[in-house]
Design a protein around this ligand. Structure first.
Ligand code: NDP
Length: 234
């Protein structure tokens, strides 16, 4: 059955791969963007997830065009790395407000309609760094770890209504975010990953699509790594 899917930050990177995976299986797919417009074939809504009014307006627009959001992928995120001693309050707040606050705003807005429908799928895109930690990433790791507590609390609140909230924790994926890392750092990462390579965004999208499917109805409050074995046990 075709569903209405909203992918935040689905205009590029991992979010776009996720949006395309849903599009391929025949779902109605909307993506948020902050001015770039939507890639061909996808319904685009302009939205900055740090702005509650913009989040509300984006959902309203999607509802009008495609129907209530049945599957939410909270994917939009940023990094602003620096060591703890150098990290400003603003750098900390901005990353947490985008990655964790933005996910909260979208999940809250989506959940009202999911409750009414007695069906819903919320998938948070976290990171291996959320539970493993990363030097220079106090803000980012805190925001990504926070998504786990958020998903598990939503599971406890809404699990009996056929609503699942899960976390996907990608390792290092070939995107613009990793392309900017110095070559030596990239080589270091590849050495540390049991799979011996970075992942493609499609490998993340496949796991997200599974979690959104009917087959995954009993998977709730889970953290699913897609990291080539990097974070085992975390
Ligand atoms: P990109 O940097 O390629 O894209 C980030 C996306 O988030 C863009 O669509 C961007 O929109 C959107 N975004 C950023 N801030 C906001 C905001 N305030 N409001 C709305 N949208 C916003 O990231 P990736 O594709 O690499 O990453 C996607 C997710 O996966 C992120 O949450 C990231 O933390 C996570 N991740 C990435 C990994 C990697 O190796 N790349 C590894 C693990 C996790 P715009 O185009 O308007 O800027």
């Amino acid at each position: 059955m075709a569903r209405t899917v909203l992918v935040t930050g689905g205009n590029r990177g991992i979010g776009l791969a996720i949006a395309r995976a849903f599009e391929k299986q025949g779902d109605r797919v909307a993506v948020t963007h902050r001015g770039s417009g939507a890639p061909a074939g996808l319904f685009g809504v302009r939205c900055d997830i740090t702005d509650p009014a913009a989040v509300d307006a984006a959902f309203t627009e999607v509802e009008k065009e495609l129907g209530p959001v049945e599957v939410l992928i909270a994917n939009a995120g940023i990094t602003d790395d620096t060591l703890l001693l150098r990290m400003s309050d603003d750098q900390f707040d901005r990353v947490v407000d985008t990655n964790l606050g933005g996910a909260f705003r979208c999940a809250k807005r989506a959940s009202a309609k999911m409750l009414r429908a007695r069906w819903g799928r919320i998938i948070f895109i976290s990171s291996v760094v959320g539970l493993y930690g990363g030097p220079g990433q106090v803000n980012y790791a805190a925001s990504k770890a926070g998504l786990v507590g958020m998903a598990r609390s939503i599971t406890r609140e809404l699990g009996s209504r056929n609503i699942t909230a899960n976390v996907v924790a990608p390792g290092f994926i070939e995107t613009e975010m990793t392309a900017v890392l110095p070559e030596a750092r990239q080589a270091e990462i590849i050495k540390a990953v049991p799979a011996g390579r970075l992942a493609s965004a499609d490998e993340v999208a496949a796991v997200v699509a599974f979690l959104a499917s009917d087959a995954a109805g009993y998977v709730n409050g889970a953290v699913i790594p897609v990291d080539g074995g990097l974070g085992m046990g975390h």
